[in-house]
Write a protein that binds this ligand. Sequence first.
Ligand SMILES: Cc1cc2nc3c(=O)[nH]c(=O)nc-3n(C[C@H](O)[C@H](O)[C@H](O)COP(=O)(O)OP(=O)(O)OC[C@H]3O[C@@H](n4cnc5c(N)ncnc54)[C@H](O)[C@@H]3O)c2cc1C
Ligand code: FES
Ligand code: FES
Length: 494
Amino acid sequence: MTLPTSDSITFLLNDEPHSVGGLPPTLSLLRYLREHLNLTGTKEGCAEGDCGACTVVVGEKHGDTLALKTHNACIAYLPTLHGKAVYTVEYLTRNGSAHPAQQAMVDCHGSQCGFCTPGFVMSLWQHYEAHIDNSGTSRAQLANDLSGNLCRCTGYRPILDAGEKMFTLPRVPFDYSGARTKLNALAQVATRFEDAEGRYFAPDSLAALLQLRRRLPDSTLLAGGTDIGLWTNKLFRSLGTIIYTRNVPELHALTVDENHVSIGAAVSLTDAYNTVCADYPQLTELRDRFASLPIRNAGTLGGNVANGSPIGDSAPWLIALGAEVVLSNVDGERTIPLASLYTGYMQQSRQDDEILRAIIIPRPRKDQQFHCWKISKRYDSDISAVCGAFSLIVESGQISEARVAFGGMAATTARATDCEADLLGQAWTRNTVDSAMQALDRDYTPMSDMRASKSYRKTIARNLLYRFYLLTAKDSGYDEEQSLRAFTLPEIAV
Ligand SMILES: Cc1cc2nc3c(=O)[nH]c(=O)nc-3n(C[C@H](O)[C@H](O)[C@H](O)COP(=O)(O)OP(=O)(O)OC[C@H]3O[C@@H](n4cnc5c(N)ncnc54)[C@H](O)[C@@H]3O)c2cc1C
Ligand code: FES
Ligand code: FES
């Protein structure tokens, strides 16, 4: 197979076309900005997507619209920026005066040592652009948009104040139409980027991707890079040949019919979770607690599922809802239950030349009760110690279908088969849940690690099932709002 080749990439950098080639495919955008262009406003804190010091804004065209989203430059490989627009903190002061996001940080004393400040400013700018047309925002939405930024000296209150104040300053709107015109003028095809250390292919059709994968079954499939970026930055692993999946239009398909939602493997976590939360609002808290906004903007649902981590946050609820995955290679496709994809710790039934094409999720059914909870040490930007998902069909008071799945309890995300068998055919009552909680003990033998001890995991799994009962069973008499009110602390004046 002959591939069209281009040994350079072109993107808009702070609104100007910028071409580069001859560099390692795994060079991060952050290192390129700082070490090759001397654009040192973007900082390196953790180099693993956690602290937000490296936050930049990336613009991507979707049809006629241009979406501006925050990304972590430390785990974004340079060639993945081809055809996109990258904005760094230097862009905001290009006219010699501070942008409202910067001025408000000064006015509200939102900065002390200043190391985190450029990253916060970029997240504030993204929030500003998303709400400048008065589309309505709140302090909670602002906190969500800043979930990927850590500050170790100022404290968050002045920064949140700045996020509100910036809207009261003279407006500095972004020129979307100008940026779109410039993006349209960029060459759109780059399928290959290489130096002596590695090769990078970015096929632009499913057929080309599948052929490449057949030819190079040992290659690394790269989607958002929010897992893979750490393999190179922290483990210093070589990725060999990289095949980037996110230029394949078929993998961005997102369709909703009467019974199913189908999410292409390259759809971002932000878009995938927003779609699923429309059907299952019970997942809203998990969505907001999944990593941080920049990670959700870069990462994909396909990457989360294909990664196969036993502590990934999507597999538990997908398995509880009975999701299936579509696996493709050049010979065709097969659709299997997600639960049967995982065969052991980081092992899968996927063949070497198969890629994950889509995830198919059943829509809510009559008499279905569903919930999912993530337990982690920090509220956001943390990995789960345990994640539990529960789905019951309760018809005329009896459980006719039970699906319970946990992450963090075994070598793979796994269904609680004893617990499910215990629930089936029973009335959804206190006695039933008591027995099912004991069955959970037989289902899992979790391990102790830095996130939680074995006994904590076992206790929390039982308690989550009990919480599900309290919220959904008619005989529980539980009022969560009233219960939460008992824990609400009085507001402290500042
Ligand atoms: C700071 C931080 C916080 C995080 N927090 C969370 C969290 O709260 N919860 C959580 O679950 N995860 C978390 N993660 C992990 C990560 O963000 C997710 O697993 C994410 O969904 C991975 O998607 P990606 O597109 O970035 O995958 P990538 O890193 O590109 O790839 C991940 C794996 O999937 C494979 N792959 C990707 N696409 C395909 C495909 N189409 N077919 C076959 N294989 C494919 C890759 O080869 C690789 O093995 C966090 C990561 C970071 C850096
Ligand atoms: S340097 Fe910490 S998120 Fe990138
Ligand atoms: S101002 Fe010092 S880390 Fe935020």
